[in-house]
Write a protein that binds this ligand. Sequence first.
Ligand SMILES: C[S@@+](CC[C@H](N)C(=O)[O-])C[C@H]1O[C@@H](n2cnc3c(N)ncnc32)[C@H](O)[C@@H]1O
Length: 216
Amino acid sequence: MHQAVLLTEVMAWLRPRPGGVFVDGTLGGGGHTGAIAEAIAPTGRVMALDQDAGALDRARRNLGERVTRCTLVQGSFARMDELATAHGFTTVDGVLLDIGISSDQLDDSERGFSFMREGPLDMRMDLSRPVTAADLLNTLGEEALAHLFRRYGEEPRARAIAGRVVRQRMAEPFRSTRQLADLVEAVYGGRRGRIHPATLVFQALRIAVNGELEAL
Ligand SMILES: C[S@@+](CC[C@H](N)C(=O)[O-])C[C@H]1O[C@@H](n2cnc3c(N)ncnc32)[C@H](O)[C@@H]1O
C-alpha cells in the first residue's frame, strides 16, 4: 500500500482539529486524507480529489470507517474551486497538494509509468484523456519531442533521444515502456550508477500527457 509522504510534517502544517474542514487535491492511496479524517472526527469533513478513478476505489478501501467523513470526487485539482463549491466546501481550514504519481500507479505495469516494468506506453492518470505517451512519441516532430524532453525532464540528451525516436518509429511505432527505456539506454551507451538513464524522459512524457504544469 502507498505510504503517505512526510505525514508528520504535513499534519504539523495543516493542524487538523475536531470539526475542521479540509481539501486534499491528490487523494492517491488516501494516506494523508485518512490521517486528516481521523484528526477532524467526529464532525469535520474532508473533500479529496483524484483524477484517477482507480485511486478513488483503492482509497475507499484503505480509509475504512474514516470514509464517512470524506467526500471523494474524481476530478482534477485544476477544478478544485468549482468542485469544492459544488460539494458544499465553501470555507476550508486547509488545502493539501501532494503532486506527482503514487506508488500504486507506478507499480501497475498496465499504466505504463515505469521504465522498470514492461507495459503499454500509456501514462494517463485520467483514462478519459485522449492522448497517451505512445501517441506523443509516434506523432510529434523531432523538434517538438526534443523540446518536451528538455522542458519537462531537463534531459541533457534531449536532441539525440528525439532524433533516435523519430528514426526508430519509422521501422516500428512505439508501444511499450521497454522500447523507450532501451532506446534511451542505447543513447547513453548503457547504464551507469543507480539512476536509470530513462528516468527524465519518462518523467517528461508523464508531465506532458497529464498536462501537469497547466493543472498547477
Ligand atoms: C503522490 S500521489 C498522492 C498520495 C497521497 N497523498 C497519499 O497519501 O496516498 C499523487 C496523486 O495525485 C493524483 N493527481 C495528480 N495530478 C492530479 C490532478 N491534477 N488532479 C487530481 N489528482 C491528481 C494522482 O493520480 C495520484 O493518485
